[in-house]
Design a protein around this ligand. Structure first.
Ligand SMILES: C[S@@+](CC[C@H](N)C(=O)[O-])C[C@H]1O[C@@H](n2cnc3c(N)ncnc32)[C@H](O)[C@@H]1O
Length: 392
């Protein structure tokens, strides 16, 4: 009950910030506000890509997995567009999962929906638990929901002063404050450089370590903003908030975002039924590069350059459905600025995965370094939850 009131209050505040007036009185009505708080990005395109091949499924109920359920904006549309389909919705944020379940209940879609509290890199285990051998579409809408960004106490936003938390799953021990307090200077510099693409990574890492050695560890986003401002050389400053990239890097590290993505994509491929699809929306270049690198493996023949004849078993096994990455149009960007950075990619499985690819994907699922950008060192430093095999 206390939890319910807390998330109703958060949703109400987020709804007001999004310009909505909260008139709802009941939990079900409040769940309906979710639609106003988080606008699903490229919704029509995602619905077409995810549900477009489902009419070819014969003799069984099609299964969609939404790995990033959020407030169920996309999931609701998928279930409405594909009335015979079952949807398994995964999220590591228990609050989002609860709101999504309420929304789908209110929409009368709950009987075809299974919520799962897990990190998406537990996909294989989730499907095994559900007794699902094959799925017809796997969807990912990466990053944070607007609700999470708006929740000031979770510390995701550099524009609001809050404790340096940044956990999507609030039960995991690793927070941004712990990263800043415990990682070596070299590790901090690496994270800032690779995940934040921050050119001043070294002086910032040095300043973080100096401050904590002086007995003043960083605890709030305002303190981090100030430190970055002081550590960054005056010349060559980026446009906008100078700490933006540092916050991005910390969020990626705290939540293990790139490793989890790289470990999940092969599990998705292993689970696909014939003609099954993988559809992914990314919001920064590191995510998109990981998705692109993964998909590229199946879009070309698996033979050395210049080989005159390609044996049938070495032919590509994916067909690209999006012609590179699709972007949001100007109208959507004007209405929903979050869509400005989206890159939407989708592939379809054209034939059963060759045995050696099944083997490689099983390896990549446990050691994602082959396709993860800058991550995948297999080193879960401080108890990040949701690594494969563990839930959330
Ligand atoms: C952009 S939101 C999804 C919004 C959703 N498509 C909608 O329309 O309402 C991304 C969601 O994915 C979840 N998420 C991010 N990384 C995750 C992970 N590794 N495992 C499970 N959920 C994750 C976040 O908690 C967040 O709720």
């Amino acid at each position: 009950m206390a939890e319910r009131i807390a998330h109703e209050t958060r949703l109400a505040a987020a709804s007001r910030r999004a310009g909505g007036r909260l008139e709802a009185k009941t939990a079900a009505d409040v769940a309906g506000q979710a639609a106003r708080v988080h606008r699903p990005v490229m919704l029509d395109e995602c619905v077409a890509l995810v549900t477009g091949g489902l009419d070819r499924v014969n003799g069984r109920r099609p299964v969609i997995v939404d790995c990033t359920l959020g407030l169920a904006g996309h999931a609701t549309a998928f279930l409405k567009a594909a009335p015979d389909t079952r949807l398994i919705g995964i999220d590591r944020d228990a609050e989002a999962l609860g709101l999504a379940a309420e929304r789908l209940e209110r929409e009368g879609l709950a009987d075809r929906f299974t919520p799962v509290h897990a990190a998406f890199d537990a996909l294989g285990d989730v499907l095994a638990d559900q007794g699902v051998a094959q799925v017809d579409a796997v969807f990912m809408d990466l990053g944070l929901s607007s609700l999470q960004i708006d929740e000031t106490d979770r510390g995701f936003s550099y524009s609001q002063d809050a404790p340096l938390d940044m956990r999507m799953d609030v039960t995991q021990p690793l927070t941004a404050a712990r990263v800043l307090a415990e990682y070596s200077e070299a590790d901090l510099a690496r994270i800032l450089k690779v995940y934040g693409e921050e050119r001043h990574a070294r002086p910032i890492a040095r300043a973080i370590v100096r401050r904590r050695e002086a007995g003043r560890p960083l605890e709030t986003s305002a303190e981090l903003n100030r430190l970055v401002d002081e550590a960054m050389p005056q010349a060559h400053r980026p446009a906008g908030n100078p700490a933006k990239r540092v916050f991005q890097a910390l969020r990626i590290e705290v939540n293990g975002e790139l490793d989890k993505l790289a470990a999940t994509l092969p599990q998705a491929a292993l689970a696909l039924a014939p003609a099954g699809r993988i559809v992914v929306e990314s919001y920064h270049s590191l995510e998109d590069r990981t998705v692109k690198a993964f998909m590229a493996q199946g879009l070309k023949a698996d033979v050395p350059e210049g080989m005159p004849v390609v044996p049938p078993d070495m032919m590509p096994y994916f067909k690209e459905l999006t012609r590179g990455a699709m972007k949001a149009g100007p109208q959507e960007i004007a209405a929903n600025p979050r869509s400005a950075s989206v890159r939407l990619r989708a592939v379809e499985l054209t034939r059963p995965l060759p045995g050696r690819w099944r083997h490689r994907f099983a390896e990549q699922a446990t050691d994602p370094s082959a396709i993860a950008i800058g991550g995948g060192d297999g080193h879960d430093r401080a108890g990040r939850s949701g690594s494969r095999g563990r839930r959330r």
